[in-house]
Design a protein around this ligand. Structure first.
Ligand code: F0G
Length: 460
């Protein structure tokens, strides 16, 4: 089915020039980077799809707000503005700015978790899982089975498996569960949304067992847009009303503002109404991030986030935004290139296993595709597969990931239809020579989060 590209609901006022190296130069650059895309200089990249986090283009309104930033240490106007925006959009009493999403996790999670405790999520993002573990607790994923079937076009593949959630709570004992987390959209499952129905059901289980429910809300407005489009009850509701309802079922949220608030840095903690918890969060924010009225950010950053939170709710913007991955997905359908379907909110997760069936997981097919995309067209993506998963901490054996995804994360308001066509063409060219693509082996790796730094070499 032909999917029309949704025209940009903005015009471009400032541009950033990018250069295109020759293929020969790119072959040299990726070898110099030890075949790890994180070691590439961004000036050697043509289209950068490494992440949609902090890579967004801000609006004229956001930039002009930055000039109005109040840089007072305490009581700044910009702080009052972000608190008012947060209260208005999410309906929570307490809004705490922090410098990014993982800072929110670092401040909040140890207040609810500790040794012998568990946190359960639809799916944890890596840093959230890391902060659960740093707090001494263990993280358990309870995502629906449909998420694991990449060719299945289900509307809400990010959902919590609520039966499994309740079973897990009963098995471990409710007193052992410190927290339930709902990641919206579900990044690790491919940017797949969570339905309102599923949020309601999860919340009612949390209430039954007196467990706090926390939204990991990085891509909250993309999730709200999917609810509007896919859950008939919400077809005529505004995005803002949908967001309000989504958050009304939870007790708190952590948020990386670097995604749906369309900024380059920032994060938030939100607490619906829990005075003791709020006091503790303020204490820890002052210790880790800075005084509560700036939370590790400049006043100008608070201004940009306050505007961006509203811009991110715009329906024309969201239609264009989600439209970009839908356009990419439709182009790949025409040429039988498999990805996690339907397309995710923040990009496409290409199935490298089916692109390179001859490359075993321990030779990192998704990393091989990331390298090929760079060599073919200067496109930077990343492995979300066995290379990222790493080794078993006990046996040091390479673990096998369920998926071998190469993630094409689309920065907000940055690339055009022509850029997307370059990506499609590159994937087609790689597919046409896929049987000649080789796997990789690791020749050096650090112990923790190895994929950011490891050195690889092609298998002969
Ligand atoms: N939660 C989710 C769902 C995320 O996707 C991220 C970051 C974080 C928390 C942490 O936020 O980066 O501001 O500290 N995801 C980025 C990505 C890095 O590329 O998917 P942060």
């Amino acid at each position: 089915m032909a999917v029309k590209y949704i025209p940009e609901p903005f015009r471009i006022k400032v541009v950033e020039n990018i250069q295109i190296l020759s293929k020969q130069e790119r072959i040299q650059k990726i070898a110099d980077a030890h075949y790890n895309v994180f070691n590439l200089n961004s000036e050697d990249v043509y289209i950068d799809l490494l992440t949609d986090s902090g890579t967004n283009a801000m609006s004229a309104q956001q930039w002009s707000g930055m000039m109005a930033g109040d840089e007072a240490y305490a009581g700044a106007k910009s702080y009052q503005k972000i608190v008012a925006a947060g209260q208005d959009i999410f309906g929570y009493q307490f809004i705490q700015p922090v410098h990014q999403g993982r800072a929110a996790e670092k401040v909040l999670l140890p207040l609810l978790l500790g040794p012998q405790k568990y946190a359960i999520a639809n799916m944890f993002f890596d840093t959230t899982r890391a902060h659960v573990e740093i707090a001494g607790a263990r993280a358990i994923d309870c995502v629906v089975k449909e998420a694991k079937n990449i060719s299945l076009r289900a509307p809400f593949k990010g959902n919590m498996d609520v039966k499994l959630l309740e079973q897990t709570i009963n098995q471990l004992g409710p007193q052992k569960i410190g927290l339930v987390v709902m990641t919206i959209t579900n990044n690790s499952a491919g940017g797949q949304p969570v339905s309102m129905q599923n949020i309601r059901e999860t919340a009612s289980i949390c209430q039954k067992y007196h467990l706090p429910l926390c939204m990991d809300a990085a891509r909250f407005s993309e999730n709200a847009y999917f609810i509007k489009k896919r859950e008939p009850e919400f077809a005529n509701k505004s995005i803002k009303a949908i967001v309000r309802e989504m958050f009304s079922y939870a007790d708190m949220f952590t948020m990386s503002a670097k995604k749906d608030a369309i900024v380059n840095i920032g994060g938030l903690i939100g607490i619906k109404n829990n005075p003791e918890l709020i006091t503790l969060i303020k204490e820890r924010t002052i210790a880790f991030e800075g005084f509560i009225s700036y939370g590790g950010l400049a006043g100008r950053d608070l201004e940009a986030i306050a505007s961006g939170l509203y811009e991110g709710l715009g329906e024309a913007y969201l239609q264009y935004r989600v439209g970009q991955s839908e356009y990419l997905g439709a182009k790949l359908d025409e040429v039988n290139i498999a990805y996690q379907t339907p397309p995710g909110g923040h990009g496409l997760f290409i199935d490298a296993k089916s692109m390179f069936p001859h490359i075993p997981y321990f030779q990192f097919p998704a990393q091989a595709l990331a390298i090929e995309l760079y060599i073919e067209a200067g496109i930077r993506t990343c492995d979300v597969g066995s290379f990222m998963l790493g080794n078993d901490p006990d046996t040091n054996e390479q673990l096998q990931a369920h998926f071998e995804f190469t993630r094409l994360a689309i920065p907000r308001r940055v690339y055009t239809q022509a850029h997307l066509d370059v990506i499609v063409e590159a994937l087609i060219n790689i597919k046409n020579r896929s049987s000649s693509v080789k796997g990789y082996e690791i020749i050096w790796e650090p112990k923790v989060l190895r994929h950011f730094q490891a050195h690889l070499k092609p298998i002969k």
